[in-house]
Structures are given as structure tokens and as C-alpha cells.
Design a protein around this ligand. Structure first.
Ligand SMILES: *Cc1c(COP(=O)(O)O)cnc(C)c1O
Length: 383
């Protein structure tokens, strides 16, 4: 191994558990029975986690989370269909972009990135436009960490006979999702968020009804989720080279998730989040109110001080000099930056984070001060 362990506090990829990493030391043959069994076992565990049993199946797709989104869109929306996309952050925008690239015309409901998607607005749109076939939305918009109302949105879609395609990339594993209580059609997650695995594979949960539905040509070999599913069901094998080491690690990661439980994992993240809020409160404040925050990541603002990527870069560099790695980009629209609460974050990392904030904001690296001095009151005044 090169170098020392980095203190990764980003909303995926994240600091992996040693047991998860250890699985990647074993080289397995991609079509060997031992690996085929690992894939089957992992799929079974994932399905159990979502209470998908006999109603749903799960299809691993090679690549990052976005490959899973694009695969789901390619496989479960036809060219002539009309999806409604809810957008309140960059991942909603990405769904829209993928639809556009595939020549599917969508309608959009936009809301501010610090406001959840409005169920009423969605309901009205679905009632007004009977041609809408799908509702696409992001469960936890990792842009700010805002949580959108999954069960209400699925319920309203069911009532109005519209299919649901959900990006649950950063919520699956930390927020309870139950395929029986919220019978979604398609839901996508990936290995490297709350599953706490390494990056490189996405998981598409799809209803048996959708999987068995006749679908016209997908116009992609690698993104054809239904074809991948048929292969898993018939031979247990992947169609093309699987990320063997990643799948081995994911099996372990999902076992650890099941042992911990989704609710308890969510609570662990919430606890980390509270500690980060405390550690940084002298200099930064949460963008979202408590009721809108997800446990996955925390969006902070330091208005008056960190307002551009250049300002933020100074903080980022200062933190990385202390071996702390937060998400590297400022969200311009809200002037917020993100700290991940997921993965194997050790308590002393948060102490180090606190010290690094202290030394940054009292040191020479500080961007602009605009005549303000630091105290909670003044920060409240400017934010
Ligand atoms: C991480 C994430 C994705 C996928 O991003 P990749 O970089 O492709 O893994 C999509 N949607 C949300 C909400 C995410 O948090």
C-alpha cells in the first residue's frame, strides 16, 4: 500500500471497513462457480434488504451509479413514452440529460435545491397531463443532502398509474426502503455510498412486471438491464467481465449492513453528522433545517467567507494538508460545501476536522473577512 490512510469524509467513495477491503485480495475467476455463487448470494441479500422477495429482482451493472441510471432509463423507458422528472439538484438534472441524449422528451418540475419535491405539484402535473408514463426522482439529492418524499411520491404515482424510476443512490442502506410498502417499479443504487463498498458497480432493483414486459430494442448492449437479468437468471453469470474484486467486497459490505441494520446505520450517520455540526459551528452553519437533512452528508455554508470555488479551494487545501478529504466542489447556487457522514469515520477524524477549521478560520489562509469577526451571532446575521 502506498502512503498513509486518508481521512475520507466525502459522500462516496468513502473510507472502507478493513474486512471489506480484505476481500479484494483474493483473485477469483469470473465464470468460476465460487464467484457465481458470490454474485447470487449478494443479489439475494440486496433483495432481502429492500423486502423485494417475489415482487422484484436486482441486477448489478458494471460502472458507477450513473451507469445504473442510464441502464434503467435505456431498459425501462421507451422512446415514445413521456417521463416527468423532478429536479432539485444536480442528480435530477443528470436524469434529464440522459433522457435528452436518448431522444426521450420529458416534462420537468423544478424546485430550489434546498426545498423537497412537492407531492402536490407532482400530483397536479400527473392529473393534468395524462400522457405522462413515468415519474423519475432522486430520493436523497446528494447536492445538498435533501431527502425527497419517496413513499408519498410512489403512492401518488400508483394511484395515477404512472411508473416510478427512483435514484436512491445515496439513501439505500441508510434510509429504510420497502418494496412492499412503497411498490416502486425501478430503483437504482450503487456500491460506494451507504452500502459502504468500493466504487465500480450499480444495482438496479426492478419489479418482475417490468422485467417481464415486452420492450423494444434497447439500443445498447452493455446497458440492457433486462438482458443482464436474463443471464443471471439462466446461468448465474455476468454477460461481460464482472468487477470480481468489487463484488467480493460488496458481498462483505452488504453482510455488514445487514448485521448493523439500515435504521442503526442511519442513526450512526446522524450521530456523525451532529458531531460535525458541533465541530464546525463556530465557522459554518448547515444549509438545510434539521427536518430536511439526510444522514448521508452535511451541506455547510460560511457566508461572507466562502462564496466562490476559489474561496472554498483554500479551505479544501487546508483540510487536505491535515489529511482530511471532504467533497472537493462548492455548490455555487447555494454556496455550500459538503462533508460526508458515511463510511468508517473515526471519532478522532472529527476532532482533527474541528482543529483544522479552527486553524483555517483564524489563520492566514482565510479568504475574505469583509470586516466581520467570528462569533455565532455575526454568522447568523450574515447567513
Ligand atoms: C453518487 C450519486 C449518483 C451517481 O454518481 P456516480 O458518480 O455515477 O457514482 C447519482 N445520484 C445520486 C443522488 C448520487 O448521490
Amino acid at each position: 500500500m502506498t502512503g498513509h490512510p486518508r481521512f475520507l469524509m466525502t459522500p462516496g467513495p468513502l473510507a472502507l471497513d478493513d474486512d471489506v477491503k480484505a476481500q479484494m485480495l483474493l483473485d477469483l475467476g469470473s465464470r468460476d462457480q465460487e464467484f457465481t455463487k458470490i454474485t447470487a448470494f449478494l443479489r439475494g441479500l440486496l433483495l432481502e434488504l429492500i423486502n423485494g422477495g417475489d415482487t422484484h429482482s436486482v441486477i448489478p451493472i458494471q460502472g458507477s451509479g450513473t451507469y445504473g441510471i442510464e441502464s434503467a432509463i435505456a431498459s425501462f423507458i421507451e422512446k415514445h413514452e413521456k417521463p416527468l422528472v423532478c429536479v432539485n439538484g444536480i442528480y435530477g438534472e443528470r436524469i434529464l440529460k440522459i433522457l435528452e441524449l436518448r431522444g426521450i422528451s420529458a416534462v420537468v418540475i423544478r424546485s430550489a435545491s434546498d426545498k423537497p419535491v412537492s407531492v402536490d405539484a407532482v400530483k397536479r402535473a400527473l392529473i393534468e397531463d395524462k400522457k405522462i408514463t413515468h415519474l423519475c426522482f432522486v430520493h436523497c439529492e446528494t447536492t445538498t443532502g435533501i431527502v425527497n418524499p419517496l413513499s408519498e411520491l410512489v403512492e401518488v404515482s400508483k394511484q395515477l398509474r404512472v411508473k416510478t424510476i427512483i435514484d436512491a443512490m445515496s439513501s439505500f442502506g441508510a434510509i429504510e426502503i420497502d418494496a412492499k410498502k412503497s411498490p416502486f417499479d425501478v430503483l437504482i443504487t450503487s456500491a460506494n455510498k451507504c452500502v459502504e463498498g468500493p466504487p465500480g458497480v450499480a444495482f438496479i432493483f426492478a419489479s418482475m412486471e417490468e422485467l417481464r414486459r415486452e420492450h423494444s430494442l434497447v439500443e445498447s448492449y452493455v446497458l440492457d438491464a433486462r438482458d443482464q437479468w436474463r443471464n443471471f437468471e439462466s446461468s448465474g453469470e455476468w454477460r461481460t467481465t464482472p468487477p470480481t474484486h468489487i463484488i467480493q467486497a460488496c458481498k462483505k459490505a452488504v453482510e455488514l449492513l445487514m448485521a448493523e441494520g439500515v435504521a442503526r446505520r442511519g442513526d450512526r450517520y446522524k450521530d456523525v453528522k451532529q458531531k460535525i455540526i458541533k465541530a464546525t459551528e463556530k465557522y459554518a452553519s448547515p444549509l438545510l433545517s434539521c427536518d430536511l437533512q439526510s444522514p448521508v452528508c452535511l451541506s455547510l455554508t460560511a457566508k461572507g467567507f466562502i462564496e466562490s470555488q476559489a474561496d472554498f479551494q483554500k479551505l479544501y487545501d487546508h483540510l487536505s494538508n491535515s489529511n482530511i478529504y471532504i467533497y472537493a466542489k462548492l455548490h455555487q447556487q447555494t454556496q455550500s460545501f459538503r462533508i460526508g457522514c458515511i463510511g468508517s469515520i473515526k471519532p478522532d477524524w472529527i476532532t482533527k476536522l474541528s482543529e483544522a477549521f479552527e486553524s483555517f478560520f483564524s489563520g492566514a489562509d482565510m479568504p475574505r473577512k469583509r470586516g466581520l469577526s467570528f462569533s455565532n451571532n455575526i454568522l447568523k446575521e450574515v447567513s
